[in-house]
Design a protein around this ligand. Sequence first.
Ligand code: SF4
Length: 211
Amino acid sequence: MEILEIIRRNYKWEGPPISNDPFFGLLGIILSQHTTDKNAWQAEKMLEDKFSTPEDLILVGKNYIKNIIKTAGLQNEKSNTIINVARAEAERHAVSRALKMNWQDARKSLTNIQGIGEKTADVFCMLYLNAPIIPIDVHVKRVSYRLALSKSNNYEGIQRDLHLLVKPEYRKETHLAMIRFGREVCKSKKPLCASCPFNKVCPWYLSTIKA
Ligand code: SF4
């Protein structure tokens, strides 16, 4: 609890830019996987500047979208999911309706769209529905594992353990701070353990590096 409190207070981050339009916001979250915030935002802006409606995206088709979002990488998978989201919105207002649901139902409904996983749905619900949840991205997962904040290695287990440690009103802030801490200090390769505030209590450091 104390560790997460220190991370939340000392590694504040307001998060990457997000669209005011939740439909394009969801596309932005899809684009943000495995790339930098800058590249994801650039690709999302291109889509938002070029297209006004989900129908426009369906009309131009996957190959056209693939080219536009190239900067964000994984364009094949991402363009498939973007088309699936556009179809879900055009045919059954999946995103607009999710915004009128409670976040638990919205999460369930969004994960019915092919390509939308738990993390993408959680980030959407956290950003656009103020859901009190900690989405588990690669940085949150790594930091949780190294600092033994969770014994689980699956998404639900890690999230459940972190939720037990963080009050609902601090979960979004904690999620963002953990990402910043994971990017700047507890990096995947060459973590800055020597200057890390947790190096006297970090099980991973004490058993892997220092041992
Ligand atoms: S001591 Fe190293 S491994 Fe542990 S939290 Fe700090 S940076 Fe990460």
